[in-house]
Structures are given as C-alpha cells and as structure tokens.
Design a protein around this ligand. Structure first.
Ligand SMILES: NC(=O)c1ccc[n+]([C@@H]2O[C@H](COP(=O)([O-])OP(=O)(O)OC[C@H]3O[C@@H](n4cnc5c(N)ncnc54)[C@H](O)[C@@H]3O)[C@@H](O)[C@H]2O)c1
Length: 326
C-alpha cells in the first residue's frame, strides 16, 4: 500500500461506535496488563501563557498499526468557538514504517476516554449500580455517559456544573438517548451521593471533598486531571480510597494523584491496582469498596481505536487517499 488515508472528524464519526471502542479499549488494557504492548509515557509541551499544552502519545499493540497521537488541551478555547481538546492520530505500518493514516482524533479521544471510564466501571463499580453523579457536563461527560449506557441500567443521573448551557445540552442529549432516566441538576455534594461518580472538569483545586462521598462502595472515574497541577479530588478522599491507575508513570506525573505525589505523601506502594492487570486477571475484588480510577488516557486506547477507524474506512471506501512519497 503506497497511499495514506486522510480522515476528517465527520468521517471518523460515521465509523466509530461506542460498542466497538469499549471492546477495543478493554482488549488493549488486557494486553497492557499482560506486558504485550510498547507504550512510553506521554510527553508534554507546556504553553503557560496560553493556558494550554501539547502531548505526544506513541504506542504499538502487536498485530496492529503502530502510531502516535498529538493532542492539545486548551481549556479557554470555548470562548473562541474551538474545542478544549483537539488531536490527530498518525498510524504507521510496523513492517515498513509507511504512514498509512492521518485522522482527526478529537472525537476519537472523547470516545476512547468514555470507553476507558466504561471499562473501569465495569470492573470496579458495584454490581447493580444505577445512580451516576457527574461533576462537569462538557464533552468528556457526554461520552462517559454514552459508554455507561452500553452496559449499566441507569435510573438516575445527577449533574453538577456551573455552566447552565452545558448542563442543559447534556440533559437534552441524555433524554434523547433514554427518556426513562431521571436527571437532576444539583450541587456537587448531592451529585456525589451516587454509585458511580464521574469527574470531568479542568479544575486545579479539589472540588470533590472527602465528606461528600457517603456510600462505602462508590466508584469514582477521575477523568479531568490529566496534566501537572490539575486535581479534582480532596487528598483525604484519595487516602481512604482504593486508587486504581491506568499507568503509574503517567498518573504520578499528571493524573489525579499528581499533586499528592508532588507533595510527597502519595507513593507508588499506595496504589491498589492497575486497570490493565485487573482486566487481564479478570479481578472483580474491588466491586464493593470505594475506588478511584485515575485516568490520564493511554496511547494504546488511541491506537486500538484508530486501527478500527482505518480498517472500516478502507472497507467502506471512505476518506481521501494521498501519496506522501509522490
Ligand atoms: N483522562 C483522560 O483521558 C482525558 C481525556 C480527555 C480530556 N481530559 C480532561 O477532561 C477535562 C474536561 O475535558 P472536556 O473536553 O470535557 O472539557 P469541556 O470544556 O467540554 O467540559 C468541562 C466542563 O467542566 C465544567 N466545570 C468547570 N469547573 C467546574 C466546577 N468547579 N464544577 C463543576 N463543573 C465545572 C465546565 O463548566 C465545563 O462544562 C479536561 O481537563 C481535559 O484535559 C481527560
């Protein structure tokens, strides 16, 4: 193959289904847990003045195209009509190195992040969980819900976000997906009284306090903190929870536990588990206890998802074929 496939976001959207991505991400976590993948930790460029950053995320899952995602996170972008998160994935054939695809990965990032939260809840949340609390109701929140709708019988979703438009848009979207779900717009404390709490804000000071988590089995997907200095959850709550990381190197650098690690009181031996090992070993021992899944986002999630997009795009004849060596 001498052509590279160029795919934009609307083409990726036509191809991707949450069901496929949930399976691909779960399989990728399992491979990671069995030590089958290559994935150096993501590296960062920090734009202090512009309040943003750029990350490069390479990975290779055996039997698939290797590649790298370049992703930027600029929380002030919404005022300019741009998404907070924008990304591109480049896929390379591991046999020759030939670049086989360049695709938009903004939507892909949101879908694979939603799927990671879904897989974490599948393995870490109590059986029969039916009540979700959402802190933050932006892009990531929607895809977290989409993933949970796939496998969880959701009765009630409590949403807390000071952005009334974002909250309304998400509520309307959920109603369209499943009108039987009760939706409450509420404060953070009330939203925390739930089975599965999902935090997707870019805050730098904790907003989920220890006293707010009252159920002994609540599972928390901590999604928002994915860069140095970001933190959504109060230290005392982290201390009394079983912290499951996606990857120790990444989470200690830039995940929910990055601030506790930099302060020196959270150490590697305090990690209760890694999602890859839990999936690889089908470990269901955390389902009835308080858990935090610290998600920074793994490049294997992106590469597993991008490979699905490329395969389906070739089957459907979608995208633009371009010859880079011409
Ligand atoms: N872990 C991962 O793999 C991963 C992947 C992608 C994005 N992220 C991170 O997730 C976060 C959210 O990304 P997004 O694309 O959804 O952004 P977004 O801007 O679409 O949504 C963020 C929402 O958080 C809300 N918010 C801000 N402060 C709040 C507060 N104090 N209480 C309640 N809500 C508050 C905002 O009003 C907004 O609606 C970012 O920090 C991003 O870097 C993580």
């Amino acid at each position: 193959m001498n052509n590279l496939k160029l795919l934009n976001q609307s083409e990726v959207k036509k191809i991707l289904t949450m069901k496929d991505v949930l399976q691909a991400v779960e399989d990728a976590f399992g491979s990671w847990g069995r030590g089958e993948v290559q994935m150096p930790p993501k590296s960062y460029l920090i734009f202090d003045e512009q309040n943003g950053d750029l990350r490069s995320m390479p990975a290779y899952l055996p039997g698939k195209n290797a590649g790298v995602k370049i992703v930027t996170v600029h929380p002030d972008n919404t005022s300019q009509g741009l998404p907070t998160v924008m990304a591109l994935c480049v896929l390379n054939d591991p046999n020759t190195g030939f670049p086989v695809a360049v695709m938009d990965a903004g939507l892909l990032t949101a879908v694979r992040t939603g799927a990671a939260g879904g897989v974490a809840s599948k393995w870490l949340a109590k059986e029969g969980s039916s009540e979700i609390g959402l802190i933050g109701s932006g892009v990531q929140a929607q895809y977290q819900i989409e993933a949970h709708l796939d496998f969880m019988n959701i009765d009630h979703i409590k949403i807390s976000d000071p952005n009334k438009q974002a909250t309304k848009d998400l509520s309307d979207w959920i109603k369209k997906k499943d009108s039987s779900i009760d939706i409450s717009v509420t404060d953070i404390k009330n939203a925390c009284d739930c089975d599965v709490l999902i935090t997707t804000t870019p805050v730098r000071n904790p907003i989920v306090m220890d006293s707010m988590i009252v159920r002994p089995h609540t599972h928390i997907n901590a999604i928002g903190a994915d860069a140095e200095g970001k933190q959504e959850i109060e230290g005392n709550l982290v201390k009394r929870s079983n912290v499951i990381v996606d990857d120790w190197t990444q989470t200690s650098h830039s995940g929910e536990i990055n601030v506790p690690c930099h302060e020196g009181w959270f150490t590697k031996d305090m990690v209760a588990g890694e999602i890859g090992t839990i999936v690889a070993e089908a470990d269901s021992s955390f389902k009835n206890v308080l858990t935090i899944f610290d998600s920074t986002g793994l490049a294997i999630q992106d590469m597993a998802t991008a490979n699905i997009v490329l395969k389906k795009a070739i089957e459907k004849g979608m995208g633009i074929d371009w010859s880079p060596l011409k």
